[in-house]
Ligand binder design. Structure first.
Ligand code: FES
Length: 158
């Protein structure tokens, strides 16, 4: 999908405001993520050129911090906890079922653009292990068989 010129204009404003300041790459990437929803390569190139730095510098920051998405993200972010308590209670099988149902893998977005699966560590709800979050919703004591119904709820909400 083509990104509108309007968004690039906004990005150019942010670049101008940050050029020459310390922490410019980080702040500009954060703004770019707010504007575009993710930071694709052409946006990284524009930031590098605009700030007078290298693409590898921008790419390095974008890939170091997990807050930045290099590809479009789904409306729903799914995190199946792979922390120790969840892992020993079978969260790996839950994650595999999520991947199978969505026909995608960790770090990727389903073809319908609805769901992105994120690499996730302890969510602080170990007593409910194995745990999964979908945006702000927490699901505990999961089994792989519960996954299709849970995902269906979000698909039906469309
Ligand atoms: S290990 Fe999964 S919530 Fe803590």
């Amino acid at each position: 999908m083509a990104i509108s010129q309007d968004k690039y204009d906004k990005l150019d404003e942010v670049i101008s405001a940050n050029k020459g300041q310390s922490g410019a790459v980080m702040r500009t990437l954060q703004a770019a993520q707010d504007i575009f929803g993710h930071v694709p390569k052409d946006v990284q190139i524009r930031i590098a050129e605009g700030l007078g730095t290298t693409l590898s510098d921008v790419y390095g920051v974008a890939t170091f911090y997990s807050q930045f998405a290099l590809e479009p993200r789904g409306e729903y972010i799914i995190g199946v906890c792979l922390g120790t308590a969840c892992y020993v209670k079978g969260s790996k099988n839950v994650l595999e079922r999520v991947c199978k149902e969505l026909d995608t893998k960790v770090g990727k977005t389903s073809k319908d653009g609805l769901f992105t699966i994120k690499d996730t560590r302890c969510l602080g709800a170990c007593g409910l292990a194995p745990v999964m979050m979908i945006n702000d919703d927490v699901y505990g004591r999961l089994t792989p068989d519960k996954i299709p119904d849970i995902l269906a709820k979000y698909r039906q909400a469309q």
